[in-house]
Design a protein around this ligand. Structure first.
Ligand code: SAH
Length: 372
């Protein structure tokens, strides 16, 4: 819906109301994540799951850790969460029964990702990390930040908290550090399942691999287990890997990817490059190239797992919107961005690579194999 009218042209009442609705919709979109956050904090998904069957409103209310005076709010919270598709309702059966059955709430596949029993795939920490007040605070100052020079503060996060995101994480707030690490790990559990099952070919024939910025090593562990001939190394900052123990084909190394990356047949960069500006990402990629250059003739490569943004793509509108959200997130917290095909290509050329191959993964991200 594009309401482009020239100066002086009269818009119909219907058009004016539609314009107002769009603004309201945009303004109040924050209610969606905040309602989700509340549902996570109250453990609604687990209550429904533990009930063993769809739950009625009264049973849900009696199972929730809320004050009795707030019981009447739950139907409204559930109504909006059902509307968003987080939970679902069974329509009361309009059959011959005398009594109308009370509405019941079901889990959807999305709310099943919030379940305690789903352990590693559980996405609650991801949502809570991104919605943590510390990560939301810089959003209030985006326009202020845009009016300042780059030398002052590279990100709104730094402007508000006085430290860069990566330096702040281990020191400022242990809760944020913990939920951020768990958030990254839960994504890696899910994506490593997808990649090890559907993207096998990418790793076949490799003898060694360094997962640069590999966090808690979830992805590397999955690769090491699925391909026992690959010697895997996780390189990350000291505070991330210091206490982690390896196995016979997995080890953890403390280091700085801007300085040195251990030599290997392949280097993996999952969700790393989008955190960094073109200048920074080029330095990282040059270090990766040095690490694999000796294996050039044996198929040595850098494997990037990241988004390829395309606002005009035929992807479902929601997927494109999520990619655009991520791009803004990178602007707020770190110096990075989400890149389109051309921007990725420019980056690889600037770092001295000769060619690359893109394999989209179902959903938001792609695998890019980059060759020296
Ligand atoms: N690849 C992981 C983590 C992505 S988050 C995953 O997808 O789950 C980015 C990671 O880069 C974090 O673990 C962070 O600690 C690491 N990192 C940031 N700066 C780094 C540096 N200079 N050297 C090595 N790792 C770094």
């Amino acid at each position: 819906m594009n309401l482009i009218k020239g100066e002086g042209e009269v818009s119909s009442n219907k058009e004016l109301l539609q314009a107002q609705e769009l603004l309201w919709h945009c303004t109040f979109s924050f209610i969606k994540p905040m309602s989700l956050k509340c549902a996570i904090e109250l453990g609604i998904a687990d209550i429904i799951h533990n009930h063993g069957q769809p739950i009625t409103l009264s049973k849900l209310i009696s199972s929730l850790p809320i004050h009795s005076s707030k019981a009447h709010c739950i139907q409204r919270l559930m109504r909006i969460l059902v509307h968003f598709g987080i939970f679902s309702t069974q329509a009361p059966q309009e059959d011959q029964q005398e009594e109308k059955e009370e509405e019941k709430y079901y889990l959807t596949l999305t709310s099943r990702l919030l379940l305690l029993k789903d352990g590693p795939f559980r996405a609650t920490q991801f949502c809570l990390a991104e919605l943590h007040p510390r990560l939301l605070a810089p959003w209030q100052f985006l326009s202020t930040w845009l009016q300042k020079g780059d030398d002052d503060d590279p990100t709104p996060f730094k402007m508000v908290h006085g430290m860069n995101f990566w330096d702040d994480l281990p020191t400022a707030d242990p809760t944020v550090k913990c939920i951020f690490t768990e958030a990254m790990a839960s994504d890696s559990h899910l994506i490593s399942k997808v990649i090890v099952e559907d993207g096998k070919k990418v790793f076949e024939g490799l003898s060694s691999l360094v997962d640069v910025g590999g966090g808690a090593g979830i992805m590397a562990k999955a690769i090491a287990n699925a391909f026992t001939n690959i010697k895997c190394t996780v390189l990350d900052l000291p505070y991330v890997v210091a206490d982690l123990k390896g196995t016979h084909n997995l080890n953890f190394v403390e280091g700085d990817m801007f300085k040195k990356i251990p030599s290997a047949h392949a280097v993996l960069l999952k969700w790393v490059l989008h955190n960094w500006s073109d200048e920074e990402a080029t330095i990282i990629l040059k270090k990766c190239r040095e690490a694999i250059i000796e294996s050039k003739d044996e198929g040595g490569k850098v494997i990037v797992i990241d988004m390829i943004i395309d606002e005009n793509s035929m992807l479902e509108k929601k997927l494109v919107e999520t990619q655009l959200y991520f791009d803004m997130l990178m602007m707020i917290n770190v110096t990075g961005k989400e890149r389109n095909k051309k921007q990725w290509e420019n980056l690889f050329l600037a770092a001295g690579f000769s060619h690359h191959k893109i394999t989209p993964i179902e959903g938001l991200r792609s695998i890019i194999e980059v060759y020296p």
